[in-house]
Design a binder for this molecule. Structure first.
Ligand code: 15L
Length: 262
């Protein structure tokens, strides 16, 4: 299967590349500029997400799309609008036009970041974005639903927690997604029959997780890693903790540009 990976120069894509290759996927890489270290013979298409024609070219001829490309943290509404909102629309429309089988959309826990940490939620939880960034991910989930309902384009939206080499903050004990589990989840999403427009949490088997979805098990996602193994390590603190961030699942995104104090 030929898989287009947007945001190919990012840390997550770099970690996923050898794992997806080992699982048998052929990759087409796309980003604004060719990532350093990409072999000369790699299939690469340069595309700004804001450039509709370039994104359409990237989608042409692939079987599925893994849309990782985005501004990956909070930013101005205008920048988020252009890159994440308009850019994701270009990707879904490009996939539809090219007849791609399925889109895996990198949504985020920040689409549901305003849920309190005291609550365990599942994949039916309605979006409660904690930032413009989280809003753009909630919009991506709606785009995915829309392209399934209107055009029969299948998708999986992954509400990714913290995709890191290993947990390094207290919050990661709940949110960590190991790179191995991430690659396994993508593989299950690409192989599942009758996916429709699905939403899954991208989270490892953390003992302290806030997200439990039944449907991820039905596609055979069985995460192997657990952040708890790092619980006792020195330095596992959240950056500049405050009451608002510590009460909500999104962490520091919650208090950014927030006029509420509690
Ligand atoms: C995300 O969606 C961000 O892209 C990443 O930088 C982290 O902030 C992560 O969420 C997280 O919540 O840890």
């Amino acid at each position: 299967m030929l898989l287009l990976m947007t945001g190919a120069g990012g840390a997550v894509a770099t970690a996923l590349t050898p794992r997806l290759t080992a699982l048998g996927y052929r990759l087409r890489f796309s980003d604004r500029v060719r990532p350093a270290g990409l072999p000369d013979d790699a299939d690469f298409v340069a595309a700004e997400l804001t450039d509709e024609a370039a994104v359409f070219r990237a989608c042409d001829g692939v079987d599925a799309v893994l849309h990782l490309g985005a501004i990956s943290s909070e930013d101005s509404f205008e920048r988020i609008l252009e890159v994440n909102i308009r850019g994701s629309h270009h990707v879904f429309e490009g996939a539809r036009r090219a007849g791609n089988r399925r889109v895996i959309f990198a949504s985020s826990n920040h689409a549901i970041g305003m849920y309190p940490r005291s609550l365990t939620i599942d994949e039916t939880a309605a979006p409660r974005p904690d930032s413009y960034y989280g809003l753009s991910k909630a919009y991506g989930e709606l785009l995915a639903r829309f392209y399934w309902d209107k055009h029969g384009l299948e998708s999986a939206c992954l509400r990714i927690g913290s995709s890191e080499h290993k947990p390094s903050q207290k919050r990661h004990l709940s949110t960590w997604l190991s790179h191995d589990d991430f690659a396994h989840l993508i593989d299950r999403c690409l192989k599942a029959e009758g996916l429709g427009a699905a939403i899954f949490y991208g989270v490892s088997a953390n003992s302290q997780r806030w997200w439990r979805d039944q449907s991820a098990q039905t596609i055979g996602y069985h995460p192997q890693d657990n952040a708890e193994a790092c619980a006792g390590l020195p330095g596992m603190q959240d950056p500049m903790p405050n009451a608002l961030d510590e009460a909500h699942q999104g962490g520091t995104f919650v208090s950014a540009n927030c006029t509420r104090t509690q």
